[in-house]
Design a protein around this ligand. Structure first.
Ligand SMILES: [Zn+2]
Length: 195
């Protein structure tokens, strides 16, 4: 004769087995129920979250965080790939631009305002190239790489130097600018020590 506890355990095991065997079916049912009762369930979830005590809220937060962490660790590769794929796509860039148009335009305007000389120097080069006064080569003047070539204002952005440029690839241009910034900081350090 089985004890009450044994009988219950056997029943539980039977149910577990049935669930394991019918996992797909159960998932499908769950999906269907969710679709059918979506509004009601969302409402119930909202009510549940509103009525939580602070301790319960804290516990729930911790649970959610753990779940997110676990999900991220398990699906890290897929998540990163998806993100990267999306970010590289032209549609993503377009969508991002349209979504943040106001903010981006304002930022651009601010940047132009704060770097006015630089923009004016760039515009001067652009129109000189357009009129044929300057010619933009297709190779970097420093490393010789064939790439998108930018005008580097190595003498600064003063009006008289607007067309004094070195033609550099993007990467060499960044390095030169960083070196200039570095030199300026060094010079300022020296001056501030002396004064
Ligand atoms: Zn280069």
């Amino acid at each position: 004769m089985l004890t009450e506890e044994e009988r219950r355990e056997r029943e539980r095991a039977r149910k577990r087995l049935w669930r394991a065997k019918n996992r797909e079916h159960l998932r499908e049912c769950g999906r269907r129920d969710y679709q059918k009762n979506r509004e009601k369930m969302l409402e119930r979830g909202k009510r549940y979250r509103l009525n939580l005590t602070p301790e319960q809220k804290e516990r729930k937060k911790e649970r959610d965080r753990n779940w997110q962490r676990k999900f991220y660790i398990e699906n890290r590769k897929a998540i990163l790939e998806k993100k990267r794929g999306r970010k590289q796509s032209k549609e993503y860039a377009r969508e991002y631009w349209l979504k943040n148009r106001e903010r981006l335009l304002k930022k651009k305007k601010e940047h132009r305002h704060n770097h006015l000389e630089q923009y004016q120097a760039q515009d001067a080069v652009k129109s000189a190239v357009a009129s044929g006064k300057l010619k933009r080569p297709d190779r970097c003047g420093k490393c010789g790489r064939k790439s998108r070539i930018e005008a580097h204002h190595y003498k600064g952005y003063d009006r008289k130097y607007w067309l004094n440029v070195r033609w550099l690839c993007r990467s060499c241009h960044r390095i030169e600018d960083a070196m200039n910034g570095y030199l300026i900081i060094q010079i300022m350090n020296v001056l501030s020590v002396k004064s």
